[in-house]
Design a binder for this molecule. Sequence first.
Ligand SMILES: C[S@@+](CC[C@H](N)C(=O)[O-])C[C@H]1O[C@@H](n2cnc3c(N)ncnc32)[C@H](O)[C@@H]1O
Length: 261
Amino acid sequence: MQIPNFMTEEGSILYKNTVGKVISPKVAEFVIAKTAKLFSTDIQHVLDVACGPGTVSLHLAEQYPDKQFTGIDASAAMIQQCLDTAKLKGLKNTEFLEMNANTIQFPDRTFDFIICNLAFPFFSRPKESMEGMYHVLKRRGTILVSVPGRNTWKEFFLVAEEVLGDSIPFAKPFLSKFDQAETLPISMTEAGFTIVEQTGHKIPFTFANGQAVLRFFQELFSLLSYAPEEIRNEISETIDKKFPSGFTMHYEAVVVQCTHP
Ligand SMILES: C[S@@+](CC[C@H](N)C(=O)[O-])C[C@H]1O[C@@H](n2cnc3c(N)ncnc32)[C@H](O)[C@@H]1O
């Protein structure tokens, strides 16, 4: 199984056609709704860290033309996608910059609000990234970070475990990303933030049958590419037997909201 590298040009295309199409818009919906509730008139400048194709910031920029949105991402291809979409939509309140979250380069206390959706588990130096976000957020500013929770795709992994026993090493690197939900609040408080709230939200994904589930994992993560065809078929048949009228699994979006004290 592979954790895709979304930072390459190839990765940005893969993202656009897979996670960016299927998962992140649904998670972003939740983050956007939460953000909208927190947006007051004195919030002027918003930073979207690892903005990808602009899933969150482009949507908010359209909704809030009176606020300024800055998106950063380490991938030049992602930034280009943001610039193209912003141009297409005729947005005048956005800027997108190629910048690594490990070394955020803005003057201290530049932003009133920071969003980081579905990206923190990918950062190679999470401590530096969190400290960077702390420095560029204004006092009393708000930060929202969303990561996948431990129960993400749990229903699928229960079936896979039933078929493969406890030997599902293929899933280990993948599942380790889901540990972030537990360590994220610690990283945030260590950087200096004060936790206001931590919420979990289960987003359902429904599939007609086992083969559709396997296709989903294969396209996104090459999750079962190592496994012989019999194993894949066994997983797929088990899903069909246990869930004859369709299979639903959930993505668990954990959102931690903090303030700058
Ligand atoms: C799963 S995507 C999420 C994108 C976006 N936030 C969304 O909601 O669709 C993860 C993003 O993190 C970016 N990324 C990974 N490591 C990064 C880093 N160190 N600095 C900046 N961006 C990074 C990738 O290029 C990719 O666009």
